[in-house]
Design a protein around this ligand. Structure first.
Ligand code: NAD
Length: 247
């Protein structure tokens, strides 16, 4: 579980930054990829200062050519790719009556199409080197439950859950496991902002943190856990198991 080549998209901030840090801390080589170059470099610097190995790579996952080029670069630079974590994602909270086709496409093209294209391109190199591999896609509990005005985001995350089990079936002969994670509320900002009700409403009595997701990524990509594939792991402190009758 070390010295692997691990790509994390959207690693310039939040969950992705923590995931990248966690893999580097285990001794893996991490490609810290993000649309925002400054943020990618910030995450990479944090890893290197902590003694890890990482490089920053600027890539917009909704741009197919950029993704193809990134994977070529990873293969030329490292000679393999072992783990692909499709974490980059955006959301849009707007009434379905006001949501434009451009806004719909932007969310779907980043979240769902970006996940597909990154998986497809990473798989080419996993197959080429016959190394097997692990693909982990970041979905959301919003694939299964909704608040108003979340249509594009919910649809994109539902697509990611379905794409995950379809890819797990298609890539089985290549020794590639494909799983998704559905985070619930993962607070990526200052925890001082949170109220006690934010924590207490969860079965776990706390809001989630990026490290909760990072540990799950390490678990799912562990070569000992190849019996887990096509699965969606919900990490939400119990919120999607909670009955919400008001009384
Ligand atoms: P975040 O906004 O803090 O970070 C997302 C990162 O993705 C940013 O660094 C951003 O620059 C990058 N990004 C955006 N568009 C991109 C693109 N086209 N190409 C490459 N990079 C791009 O988000 P987060 O809260 O850390 O969420 C990370 C993932 O987890 C997302 O897919 C999100 O939908 C999912 N998620 C988060 C939560 C949560 O509560 N934080 C809950 C469920 C699911």
């Amino acid at each position: 579980m070390n010295n692997r080549v691990v790509l994390v998209t959207g690693a310039g901030n939040g969950i992705g930054a923590e995931v990248a840090f966690a893999f580097a801390a285990k001794g893996d080589k991490v490609i810290v990829s993000d649309i925002n170059q400054e943020h990618a470099e910030r995450s990479q610097k944090q890893i290197v200062e902590a003694g890890g190995e990482a490089c920053a790579y600027t890539c917009d996952v909704s741009n197919v050519e950029q993704v193809i080029h990134m994977m070529e670069w990873i293969d030329e630079t490292y000679g393999r790719i072992d783990v692909c974590i499709n974490n980059a994602g955006i959301s849009k909270w707007i009434s379905p009556l006001e949501l434009s086709i451009e806004e719909w496409d932007k969310v779907l093209n980043t979240n769902a199409r970006g996940t597909f294209v990154c998986s497809r391109e990473a798989t080419k190199y996993m197959k080429k080197h016959q190394t097997g591999g692990s693909i982990i896609n970041m979905a959301s509990t919003r694939a299964q439950m909704s608040e108003p005005n979340s249509e594009a985001y919910a649809a994109s995350k539902g697509a990611i859950v379905s794409l995950t089990h379809a890819l797990a079936a298609s890539l089985q002969e290549d020794g590639i496991q494909v799983n998704s994670i559905s985070p619930g509320w993962i607070h990526t900002g200052d925890t001082q902002e949170l109220r006690s009700i934010d924590h207490s409403q969860h079965f776990s009595k706390r809001v989630g943190e990026p490290a909760d997701i990072a540990r799950a990524c390490l678990f799912l990509s562990d070569p000992q856990n190849t019996f887990i594939t096509g699965e969606n792991l919900t990490i939400d402190g119990g919120m999607t198991r909670k009955m919400i009758y008001e009384h």
